[in-house]
Design a protein around this ligand. Structure first.
Ligand SMILES: NC(=O)c1ccc[n+]([C@@H]2O[C@H](COP(=O)([O-])OP(=O)(O)OC[C@H]3O[C@@H](n4cnc5c(N)ncnc54)[C@H](OP(=O)(O)O)[C@@H]3O)[C@@H](O)[C@H]2O)c1
Length: 220
């Protein structure tokens, strides 16, 4: 049986991804800061108390997993804030950078020992991190942090190719979660199903592609 580890597993897209992989017969390890009843009851193994920006918490996570192999790591945890030009909150930008860009790299590095040839890593980014696709401006911290995440994910795709590990850079769609006040146009379950199809189609040959969950390739 294959094993997936998913961050931000307690709610939103992360929780839906846990349920999707469980329904497909995978072992799922749901990593979060605080477990939700839905995650606890899902059948996933829950590892709580993990803030993805906390190096010590990530070292403890790696220790807990010991040498358990992972077939799939999904870096999903993230935050979305917006800043107004003229009164930009630079702390907000830094926080988004830490959580959205640096933390997925930290998590991946902490768990590299659990990823062998044939394993896959997915980064849940956003098309708002695309510079070519930015027609509406604003959202400095979110756009900057997701563009930085895309850059890190591409370096990982290059660096991990010789080790036989493929990397997907995935926009989930506009999804009905708390992040967007449930205003999206697809449900978290539908997004998770689409994302799992993209991950299924991920190979070493197409590693490093920036995909919309609907299968379109997005511009950088
Ligand atoms: N919804 C959309 O339309 C949309 C569009 C594009 C991209 N995305 C991306 O999709 C991913 C999931 O978002 P969502 O829509 O499911 O949002 P959500 O419902 O707000 O969930 C965010 C998740 O990230 C976790 N998280 C945030 N900061 C964390 C930290 N420091 N340490 C550990 N976990 C942390 C949250 O945990 P807590 O409960 O502990 O806060 C929660 O589980 C994000 O990367 C987001 O940028 C979403």
């Amino acid at each position: 049986m294959k094993t997936a580890l998913i961050t931000g597993a307690n709610r939103g897209i992360g929780l839906a991804l846990c349920k999707t992989y469980l329904a497909q017969g995978w072992n799922v390890i749901g990593v979060c800061r605080t477990a939700s009843p839905e995650l606890t009851e899902s059948g996933a193994r829950v590892i709580a108390g993990v803030d993805v920006t906390d190096a010590q918490a990530l070292a403890r996570l790696a220790e807990t997993l010991s040498d358990r192999p992972l077939d799939l790591l999904i870096n999903n945890a993230g935050i979305f804030q917006h800043e107004a030009l003229g009164s930009i909150d630079y702390q907000s930008i830094q926080q988004q950078f830490l959580i959205n860009a640096e933390a997925p790299l930290r998590v991946t590095e902490a768990l590299l020992g659990n990823l062998a040839a044939g394993a896959k890593i997915a980064f849940i980014t956003s098309r708002m991190g695309s510079i070519a696709d930015n027609t509406s401006g604003g959202y400095y911290g979110y756009r900057m942090s997701k563009a930085a995440l895309n850059a890190a994910a591409m370096s990982l795709a290059r660096d991990l190719q010789p080790r036989g590990i493929a990397v997907a850079i995935l926009h989930p769609g506009y999804v009905q979660t708390a992040m967007v006040n449930f205003g999206g146009d697809i449900s978290a379950d539908e997004s998770a199903q689409r994302l799992s199809k993209r991950i299924e189609g991920l190979t070493l040959e197409n590693s490093g592609t920036f995909w919309h969950s609907n299968g379109e390739t997005l511009p950088w």
